[in-house]
Design a protein around this ligand. Structure first.
Ligand code: NAD
Length: 360
């Protein structure tokens, strides 16, 4: 199969980690008889330096004309970089918001799982971890409180701020369908998280999710209030398969899930639209403190490339091969600095990428 991948290396460690993910994709192409054609575009600080804006319209067009986007990370040191003296709409992160909007990426997927080899990095007690956990957080990305009307005004001499949380049934339905589809590829359980005891938007959420569930009789559906979910994540994370939730709840819960997984350097993510198209990137930032030193952990980006194969190209066998290669490299005791523990073998970003590619 021939596929076009737009590559956004970005800033900081971005170029280093994406290069390693491409090394792994190239090995997949060779082994499984595919051809991946890459086109590089600039986004973030590097685009500001060259074009004066964090993302050009031409770059968006390239992304739109491809089958998927692989992104490293963007941004610099927010205290010292000149990029953060610019107006907010010209800063690196504005490029990310623009590309999400232009590509209609409304579904954010963040897996949170624990590798047995990295148990020590998990802050939970052994009896809670048990045999580990493996969940997928499906967060709505373009609606809710972060996109509703907001204002700050003086009401009768008192400064007052208002944010609006709006969802319509179509926005809920399309993300719910995505959540159930993903559950069908996994352990067939959806936990829909809301605050239906208080919020109207959550009551509509629950109603629409129940409707969608009727089309997926094999999937077990449960509803959970967001405050309970925050507790259950640290009390018994094994119970979760797919967590389906709105924008702000997902923002907070996915960071909590990242924390219990141990290392930021291991966590992949995907943002999808209503076709097979998606943008795939690690959950971490551009780590300017270690950029250019061959110290970055490329695994989150390699696992993002695996999600790209699975969700945009329907290449499940190939994605499994990448996931297994990562497991084998960890089992063999290789570690980058961020996941290093006593008795393990310390390797740099390039060597870690080569080790994973060689295991495929
Ligand atoms: P960060 O995730 O870049 O780094 C936090 C800490 O984790 C640092 O000590 C860093 O060295 C370490 N770290 C992160 N990824 C690592 C990896 N792969 N291997 C080893 N160590 C790793 O967060 P930050 O320092 O708060 O942000 C730095 C920049 O990244 C900022 O400009 C921020 O806006 C940006 N950012 C971008 C994205 C994105 O591109 N989607 C996401 C988050 C932050």
């Amino acid at each position: 199969m021939e596929k076009k991948i737009t590559v956004i290396k970005g800033d900081g460690i971005g170029p280093e980690i994406v290069t390693e993910a491409q090394k792994v994709l190239d090995k997949v192409a060779e082994k499984f008889g595919h051809k991946f054609v890459y086109t590089d575009i600039l986004m973030g600080g590097c685009s500001i330096d060259k074009y004066g804006v964090p993302l050009t319209d031409e770059a968006v067009e390239v992304a739109k004309n491809s089958d998927a986007v692989l992104l490293g990370s963007i941004g610099g040191n927010t205290s010292t970089s000149p990029w953060y003296k610019l107006a907010p709409n010209l800063r690196p992160e504005a490029g990310l918001l623009k590309i999400r909007k232009e590509l209609g990426l409304f579904a954010n997927l963040r897996p949170a799982n624990l590798y047995p080899e990295l148990r020590e990095a998990c802050p939970l007690k052994d009896e809670i971890i048990g045999d580990g956990f493996d969940m997928m957080i499906m967060r709505e990305l373009t609606g809710g409180l972060y996109f509703g009307a907001r204002k700050t005004e003086n009401v009768d001499g008192v400064e007052t701020a208002v944010d609006t949380l709006t969802y319509n049934e179509n926005e809920i339905r399309r993300i719910a369908i995505r959540g159930f589809d993903i559950a069908m590829k996994r352990r067939k359980k959806v936990t829909s998280v809301d605050k239906a005891n208080v919020l109207d938007s959550s009551r509509l959420w629950r109603k629409v999710v129940n409707e969608v569930a009727k089309d997926y009789p094999e999937v077990e559906l449960e509803h959970m209030l967001v405050d309970n979910c925050a507790m259950q994540l640290v009390r018994d994370p094994k119970q979760f398969d797919v967590i389906l939730t709105e924008n702000m709840f997902g923002d907070i819960l996915s960071d909590e899930a990242a924390m219990i997984s141990g290392s930021l350097g291991m966590l992949a993510s995907a943002s999808l639209n209503d076709t097979k198209f998606g943008m795939y990137e690690p959950s971490h930032g551009s780590a300017p403190d270690i950029a250019g030193q061959d110290k970055a952990n490329p695994i989150a980006t390699i696992l993002s490339a695996s999600m790209l194969l699975r969700f945009s190209f329907d290449m499940d066998k190939e994605a499994d091969a990448v996931d297994n290669a990562v497991k084998k490299v960890l089992e063999a005791g290789y570690r980058t600095g961020d996941i290093m523990s006593e008795g393990m073998k310390l390797v740099g970003c390039k060597e870690m990428g080569s080790l994973v590619a060689d295991m495929i």
